[in-house]
Design a protein around this ligand. Structure first.
Ligand code: NAD
Length: 316
C-alpha cells in the first residue's frame, strides 16, 4: 500500500484520484520539526510552498520515493540532492499561471485607484472624512494605453501579457533567454488572435514602463534594487507576485516614500510568513499573503496534475 503525506493539503479531486488508485492519503499537517520521524511511514510527500524538504529530511527518510510540489517554485525543496538520492521530484508548472496573472491585475487595479488605502481608511475614518478621502483618491489613472514591462517572460509572464493586451496596454517583455514574442490571445466568444509583444531589454523596461511586474524564478540577487528605482519613470507602479527577494524591500520603501514609485502590489515577501511591518502598514502597498495559486480552478488543476504524476510513477 502506497502512503502519501499531503502535508500542505491537496485539492479533494486529487485526493480522490489517489485514493481511487488504491493509495492512502493523509492530509493532517505535520510541523517541520516532526517530519523526520513522521515521514518514515510514507512513500511520498506532497507540499506547496510552506513545508521545506531539505537535504537533512531526505537523509532522515530512506523510504521516501517521491516529492510532489503542488505549484511552480521548487525553492523549498533540495531538488538536485533528492534526485541524487533516487527520490523523484515533480511539480505542476502550468496549473497556476492564469491565477497568478489575474492576481497581478488585482493588485494593479487596486494600486491605480488607491483601493489598498481606501479599504484601510474608510472604515476607520468613517463618513466624517468621506470628502477628504474622495480628494485624496482623485488622481487615479486608466490602464488602456499605458505600458506594462514584464521581467521574466515564461508561463506567468506570458499570461500577464495576454491580459494586458486585452486591456489595451502596450507590452514590453524581457527574458534572460530568447523567446517567441507572439501570443495567442483568447478574446470573449472564443475568438483567438495572434498578437506580438515588444521585446525589450531590462534597462528599457526600467526606463520606459508605467508598470513593472516580476515573473522570474527566485534569484540570488534582487531584480529591482535602489539603482533600478532611480532609473524608473516617476509614478511607476511595481508588482511582485513571483518570489520574495526579487525586490530590495528597503529600496522599494524609499522609492515609495519619495514618490518615485506610486504604488506596489506584493504577494510575496523577504520574510514569509512575517513580512516587515513597514511593508505591511504602508499606505501605498497592496498586500496579499502569497495566494497567487489560491483559486478553486488552479487548485483543482494542481491536485489533478499532481495525483496523475504520482499514480504514473508508482504504477509504472
Ligand atoms: P517560468 O519558468 O515559466 O518563467 C520564468 C521565466 O524567467 C523564464 O522564461 C526564465 O527564462 C526567466 N528568467 C530566469 N532568470 C531570469 C533573469 N535573471 N532575468 C529575466 N528572466 C529570467 O516560471 P513561471 O511559471 O512563469 O513562474 C514564475 C515565478 O512565479 C516563479 O518564481 C514562481 O515561483 C512564481 N510563482 C508564484 C506564485 C504565487 O503564489 N505568487 C505561484 C506560482 C508561481
Amino acid at each position: 500500500m502506497i502512503r502519501i503525506l499531503a502535508n500542505d493539503g491537496i485539492d479533494p479531486i486529487g485526493q480522490r484520484l489517489l485514493e481511487g488508485a488504491g493509495f492512502t492519503v493523509d492530509t493532517e499537517f505535520v510541523p517541520q520539526d516532526q517530519l523526520p520521524e513522521a515521514l518514515q511511514n510514507y512513500d511520498a510527500i506532497t507540499v506547496r510552498s510552506a513545508t521545506k524538504v531539505r537535504q537533512s529530511l531526505i537523509d532522515a527518510c530512506p523510504n521516501l520515493k517521491l516529492i510532489g510540489r503542488g505549484g511552480v517554485g521548487m525553492d523549498n525543496i533540495d531538488v538536485e540532492y533528492a534526485k541524487e538520492k533516487g527520490v523523484a521530484v515533480y511539480n505542476t508548472p502550468a496549473s497556476s499561471s492564469l491565477s497568478v496573472a489575474e492576481l497581478v491585475f488585482a493588485h494593479l487595479f487596486t494600486g491605480i485607484r488607491f483601493l489598498q488605502d481606501a479599504n484601510r481608511r474608510m472604515p476607520a475614518e468613517g463618513d466624517t472624512k468621506f470628502n477628504d478621502l474622495k480628494k485624496a483618491y482623485a488622481k487615479g489613472v486608466e490602464l488602456r494605453g499605458s505600458t506594462i514591462g514584464i521581467l521574466g517572460f515564461g508561463r506567468i509572464g506570458r499570461e500577464v501579457a495576454k491580459i494586458a493586451i486585452g486591456l489595451g496596454m502596450e507590452v514590453l517583455a524581457y527574458d534572460l533567454y530568447p523567446f517567441d514574442p507572439t501570443l495567442e490571445v483568447i478574446l470573449g466568444g472564443g475568438i483567438k488572435v495572434n498578437v506580438p509583444v515588444k521585446v525589450a531589454t531590462k534597462d528599457e523596461i526600467i526606463a520606459i514602463a508605467d508598470f513593472i511586474t516580476l515573473h522570474t524564478p527566485f534569484l540570488d540577487q534582487p531584480v529591482l534594487d535602489a539603482a533600478s528605482f532611480d532609473q524608473m519613470k516617476k509614478g511607476v507602479g511595481i508588482i511582485n507576485c513571483s518570489r520574495g527577494g526579487l525586490i530590495d524591500e528597503s529600496a522599494l520603501i524609499a522609492a515609495l516614500d519619495n514618490d518615485k514609485v506610486s504604488f506596489a502590489g506584493l504577494d510575496v515577501f523577504d520574510n514569509e510568513p512575517t513580512p516587515r511591518k513597514d511593508i505591511l502598514t504602508h499606505s501605498k502597498i497592496s498586500l496579499s499573503p502569497h495566494i497567487g495559486a489560491s483559486t478553486n480552478e488552479a487548485q483543482e488543476r494542481i491536485g489533478t496534475e499532481l495525483a496523475n504524476l504520482i499514480i504514473d510513477y508508482f504504477k509504472n
